[in-house]
Design a protein around this ligand. Structure first.
Ligand SMILES: *[C@@H]1O[C@H](CO)[C@@H](O)[C@H](O)[C@H]1NC(C)=O
Length: 341
């Protein structure tokens, strides 16, 4: 009898303990979830994100949660010289992110050898074309895959400032709308070299103010297309797979470069010298506007991106330079080129 009572007592206690443990775990899970939802709401407010329906919001929340875990785990790795952040792309899977933005169309078509005017130059230890007034503020391509236009325009803004002394923000939208009779396809992708050819044949390019960016494919406005704020005489390709050739070129002017920007670390890059991981499947056009050496001695390329000033180091990324591969990190030395004026 006594024995049974004790047994009953014990099993009741056991049930209470088990239930208590389950309850406190469930509560802490709920609290964690509530905290994450709070963080999500803050993030939505900060980036002006609005979802049409509750199931979309829930789906995006799950991706957001995975991003937070990924970023926190990456940032806790003390061996990584760069940091990630839960930025404006935090609710996009890597596949979605790459599909909507990175549309550099490979380089299979442009293997022709052009002359290289910077072949014999000596280079300074570091260069930052922003400090020379040759770089316009960082722009934002939005969800249009016309990185190629932003890359070409930034390089053209650079050479225009170097030759005329005037820094003029030029039109990407003109390229998106009007450079459509060759291989370039607006938001569906293109090549910087083709953009330079178009600008040259068109005898110039309009200003950003005159032909502003809309972020969607539009009909070419012939009147605006005919208004030229700057012109080029052609373009040259930097000898491929040579970071030392690229160094000479960047010392001369801002350079259009193609990179493999498809990695999650690139998507969420926040600061520091980016050391990868990335491949060499070129899918994004950006602009090298300088180079230097980081605090810890790591050499880097200073690269202007077109994902707005909230991404990376105020819109820029420093990418490791002089890596142990001729293509450079993320293939940066594979398909570099520049307009001539
Ligand atoms: C570089 O130097 C070589 C050897 O002196 C010369 O043949 C070549 O034309 C020079 N290249 C340029 C672009 O000036």
């Amino acid at each position: 009898m006594e024995f049974t009572k004790l047994g009953k007592c014990l099993s009741l206690a056991l049930i209470l303990v088990v239930f208590g443990a389950w309850f406190s775990e469930a509560t802490s899970r709920t609290l964690q979830d509530a905290a994450m939802h709070g963080r999500y709401d803050q993030w939505m407010a900060r980036y002006g994100r609005v979802y049409n329906d509750i199931s979309e919001k829930e789906k995006r929340f799950q991706i957001f949660k995975e991003t937070v875990a990924y970023v926190e785990s990456s940032n806790s790795d003390v061996n990584k010289p760069y940091k990630l952040s839960v930025n404006q792309f935090a609710d996009l899977t890597n596949e979605e992110f790459v599909a909507s933005r990175n549309r550099f169309k490979g380089h299979e078509c442009s293997t022709r050898i052009t002359s290289f005017r910077y072949e014999n130059v000596t280079v300074p230890a570091s260069v930052d074309w922003r400090q020379k007034g040759a770089v316009t503020p960082v722009k934002d391509q939005g969800q249009c895959g016309c990185c190629w236009a932003f890359s070409a325009v930034a390089a053209m803004e650079g050479i225009t400032q170097l030759t005329t002394g005037k820094l003029i923000s030029l039109s990407e939208q003109e390229l998106v709308d009007c450079d459509v009779n060759g291989e370039d396809q607006g938001c569906e992708g293109g090549l910087m070299d083709n953009a330079f050819d178009f600008i040259n044949q068109n005898h110039g390019l309009s200003t950003e103010a005159n032909y502003p960016y809309t972020g969607v494919d539009g009909t070419c406005n012939a009147q605006k297309e005919a208004s030229h704020a700057a012109s080029i005489t052609g373009h040259e390709d930097v000898p491929a797979n040579s970071e030392s050739a690229l160094l000479k070129a960047v010392a001369g002017q801002p350079i259009s470069v193609a990179i493999d920007a498809s990695g999650s670390d690139f998507q969420f890059y926040s600061s520091g010298v980016f050391t990868g991981t990335c491949g060499t499947s070129l899918d994004h056009g950006v602009t090298a506007v300088g180079y230097g050496v980081g605090d810890d001695g790591t050499k880097y390329w200073l690269v202007k991106n077109s994902w707005g000033a909230q991404w990376g180091e105020e819109g820029y990324i420093r990418m490791q330079r002089d890596v142990d591969a001729p293509e450079g990190l993320c293939g940066i030395a594979m398909a570099a080129s520049y307009p001539t004026a």
